[in-house]
Design a binder for this molecule. Sequence first.
Ligand code: ZN
Length: 311
Amino acid sequence: MPRIAYLTHPDCALHDVGPWHPESPKRWQAIDAALRAAPWFGQLLSVTAPLATLEQLRRAHTDAHIESVRNATPPSGVAWLDPDTGLNPFSWQAALAASGAVVRAVDAVMAGEAQRAVCNVRPPGHHAEADLAMGFCLFNNVAIGVLHALHAHPLQRVALVDFDVHHGNGSEDILRNKPRVLLCSSFRHPFYPYSGSQAHAGFIPAPLPQGADGIQFRAAVEQLFLPALEAFQPQLVFISAGFDAHRDDPLGGLNLVEADYAWITRELCALADRHAQGRVVSVLEGGYDLGALGRCAVAHVEAMRHPENPG
Ligand SMILES: [Zn+2]
């Protein structure tokens, strides 16, 4: 059975911009508690994330952006970069831990410490562009991981599949025109951030209408993503794992269920088993129903453990 690493950092639960905000520390706690309650939790390789270095952040972000986030971090209270995206005194540290987890996950799967890795991190990242924080995101954790993988390891082809209900505009911005990267992104459209519907070299979008269910989602993945991924033969597969397309999510407006997340996870792990020595790095993005988050995270890891199971 593939060994799976679980990466997180307690500071990811300290970033808190108010009890009304959907991107709350309870999300981190819901996933952490659900995984710890699973009978196989003890078989995971638990890793406390290191903090990302400036060098690692600079591969994805401008110095001006990094400085603007650092300078916005308030000594007390909450500071806002836009009406959605805030920081409290712990946010800088949490953001570095979130990005650092993905970097460490890459190194873990490349060194063979684990075959796959799951990063329970927040603030999320996929809306953060090279020079812009937005959509609850400060630094683009997964893009920092992708660029670390290409810089620090001898990889020619890396794939990123983003199944968050929102288009990962930041990942598209940062990874655009990187010939060694294939980005596949499914998202509700038109919907925040109202971008992403145009395919281009290295970017395959799967826009889904409001209310789309698992049948529509799976059809899009089967028709658009899987043939392209198979042809690309990635040597490492990243997942931007947002669970806000779940039918219980208060923001998403789509109708996926746990079995749909298990299905795409199995497909991507099987792809990785064929081409990438099984190497998969999954990074939490959105997902705002606490019960669904925990159940989806468990289904996601179980599918990583048993990609051969039907369903
Ligand atoms: Zn989202």
